[in-house]
Design a protein around this ligand. Structure first.
Ligand SMILES: Cc1cc2nc3c(=O)[nH]c(=O)nc-3n(C[C@H](O)[C@H](O)[C@H](O)COP(=O)(O)O)c2cc1C
Length: 212
């Protein structure tokens, strides 16, 4: 198989049929996530999976309520307009048969504390901004989504709903110290009636700099 076929199989899907993934397929997706690299092999990520309609509807309602609350409070018209424009892209998961929340756990960044204690605050901050802990959790999420695509499922990496992360975390009630919500994704069979086009990519050559 041409390896690019796997990556071409994944696209952000925003319309789903009602068929939930089989347990067997779900297990494969989780195993794929487990194979991802993580810093110091900490495996500092966790998945919360649900097919519970009431729960999914409640999660969407919390996001819409937060969006409304922010819109009412905002004075800046441009911010208001931008929040209103993005809101449909935060709740379309409510029509999918399953929803996955990806959490990242705490991670101690090598050298950050050493830099801070030796007066290199800016360097320490820049190092933390590279977020190595989140990089590992994101690698696990990408593995999960690619495996889902290989099995014929649709997904969509979503972070726009995270303006309501506190409310979503409270709803989920995950009892794992230091774990924070990183992203979510619907999961299900893509609606065959809806054609999804892949947004254009920059030319690959523009994405690479080679040191001769
Ligand atoms: C970190 C991240 C956050 C994203 N957040 C959202 C989101 O909240 N809502 C949404 O509809 N799409 C979201 N997307 C999907 C992107 O819009 C999509 O990946 C991009 O347009 C490329 O399209 P493709 O995934 O079909 O290749 C997100 C993707 C990433 C990687």
């Amino acid at each position: 198989m041409d390896p690019l076929e796997l990556f071409e199989a994944r696209k952000s899907i925003r319309s789903y049929t009602r068929t939930a993934p089989s347990r067997e397929d779900l297990e494969k997706m989780v195993k794929a996530a487990c194979l991802a690299p993580t810093g110091k092999n900490r495996q500092n990520w966790h998945i919360v999976y649900t097919e519970n309609r009431e729960f999914i509807t409640k999660a969407a309602a919390l996001i819409l309520e937060k969006s409304e609350r922010l819109t009412v409070q905002l004075k800046d018209e441009r911010q208001k307009e931008s929040l209103q424009r993005i809101t449909p892209f935060t709740v379309f998961f409510r029509d999918a048969p399953a929803l996955i929340f990806f959490f990242h756990g705490e991670y101690s960044v090598t050298g950050a504390e050493a830099l801070r204690q030796t007066g290199a605050q800016d360097e320490s901050k820049a190092l933390l901004q590279a977020a190595p802990g989140i990089q590992g959790a994101a690698a696990a999420m990408e593995n999960f989504l690619l495996c889902a695509a290989m099995l014929g499922y649709g997904t969509c990496w979503m972070t726009a709903p995270l303006f309501a992360a506190r409310e979503l975390e409270a709803l989920i009630g995950l009892d794992m110290e230091g774990f924070r919500l990183m992203a979510l994704s619907p999961l299900g069979r893509p609606d065959p009636e809806v054609k999804t086009l892949r947004p254009a990519r920059k030319p690959a050559g523009e994405m690479v700099t080679v040191i001769p």
